[in-house]
Design a protein around this ligand. Structure first.
Ligand code: SF4
Ligand code: SF4
Length: 97
């Protein structure tokens, strides 16, 4: 799921630098989240970082962008260029020098 920022946002600037995907930006009135970049922090953190830091809890799930974890993972891979045909194989085999 992508997240979204509601109009309860007080423009405190805390969440924007915490986003690993640079999905948060200052819109015309309040901060906003680009749903094409928000992976709910999948690939980076266990918990959505913006939700963790928001002092007014105004970052719910975007009802227009309900996505499962696999879709979020694919979004993460697309954003980072880490496209991997092998299904989720995070272990990196090979000698370590
Ligand atoms: S959930 Fe993570 S990726 Fe999405 S906007 Fe918040 S900090 Fe960024
Ligand atoms: S942390 Fe919350 S209140 Fe602060 S700018 Fe982000 S969404 Fe708005």
């Amino acid at each position: 799921m992508a997240l979204m920022i509601t109009d309860e946002c007080i423009n405190c600037d805390v969440c924007e630098p915490e986003c690993p995907n640079q999905a948060i930006y200052l819109g015309p009135e309040i901060y906003e989240i680009d749903p094409d970049k928000c992976t709910e922090c999948v690939g980076h953190f266990d918990e959505p970082q913006c939700v963790q830091v928001c002092p007014v809890a105004c970052i719910p799930v975007n009802p227009q962008r309900i996505e499962n974890r696999e879709t979020l993972w694919q979004k993460y891979q697309r954003l980072t260029g880490k496209v991997d045909d092998a299904a989720a194989a995070p272990a990196a085999p090979g000698p370590q020098s």
